[in-house]
Ligand binder design. Sequence first.
Ligand code: AMP
Length: 417
Amino acid sequence: MAKIEDFNFNGKKAIVRVDFNVPLDENGNITDDTRIRGALPTLKKILADGGSLILMSHMGKPKGKINTKLSLSQIREAVAKALGTDVKFAPDCAKASEAAKDLKPGEVLLLENLRFYPEEEGKPVGIEKTDPAYDEAKKAMKESQKEFAKTLANYADVYVNDAFGTAHRRHASTAVIADYFDQDHKMLGFLMEKEVKAVDNILKDIKRPFTAIMGGSKVSTKIGIIENLMDKVDNLILCGGMTYTFAKAMGGNIGKSICETDKLDLALDIMKKAKEKGVNLVLGTDCVAADDFNNNANTQICSVMNIPEGWEGLDAGPESIKAFREVIVPAKTILWNGPAGVFEFDNFTAGSRAIAEAIVEATKNGAFSLVGGGDSVACVNKFGVADSVSYVSTGGGALLEAIEGKTLPGVAAVEEK
Ligand code: AMP
């Protein structure tokens, strides 16, 4: 694998897989351009070297069909503005060889949404998994996926993958395409390098104590990562909606709080494993309970083991916050994924805010702190502390899979010898 910092792009055409899957409002205006800004170091380096850029991305889930609401033409101007140069647009990503051929050094071509073609994801369309012909259809689709990837590869001399958000997928543009470039002509972009390094800091270069904070609504979606972390962390805070599954498993009355009743055994098992492995498991003990799921509901502080009938825990209580702080502030490695409450409601942000503030304090004292996964990123942005933690990951699923210890296809494809 080549290294982007060492590569001279002068006179080269680089096809770059970016993650321009930015949120749009109903008028097609970008509501958050973090992902475009995240790709700029890579794109600017290539242009500054005298290279030309072919940018490819997906947007949303068009499921292999053209959908004008998900056209990347809507972000062309924003990309041009961010790069400070004009951006050409190829309305069919698989028929852009002329436009690519005509590109001169310093020029930029943006391809239309890759997922307008089912070959990008490589899943057969219009056939159920239960259909006896499914396996054949899948095989045929894998072959056309290779053709599609080859078409894209032929546009350029060099392949750069800078889309961490989709690195956990083996798609045409994120992995298969890499087969058509030799080791010296494929590489990770700067953003990907940073993301991979941040995960390494968490998994390999651990300074102790290591505190992981897992929140969000459900324990079931986080179980893989919780199990993997159990072998690594000193302190594991489990907060947010999953608190109530644990409280119920311990025999508590949780009112109408969110709960996965089929995961009570799993909760007890996590508690047992933590004990066996010497992990300090920190669960919320009190909560801000509400009589309705809305910002203006009546509230009361109560034990998570004793929530009145008809009430639900929507945020961590003061005693829990104190316990969370005690293991976050002295930590030297911190991972945060998932809020401690329904932070979207302003009256239920205290737990998540306290976690964010404790992480900032620890970071000031020399801790490495990684915040990742959509909602925790929204939290640090909401509380204005994104610049005060060590690293905010752009990846949701990709980050979680990397921390679970899985190899990311998007990284492996470029690294393969
Ligand atoms: P996840 O996607 O699993 O990370 O969950 C994030 C969501 O969990 C956010 O939208 C929060 O509003 C929600 N959440 C956090 N705490 C609670 C709670 N106590 N009750 C219901 N939802 C919660």
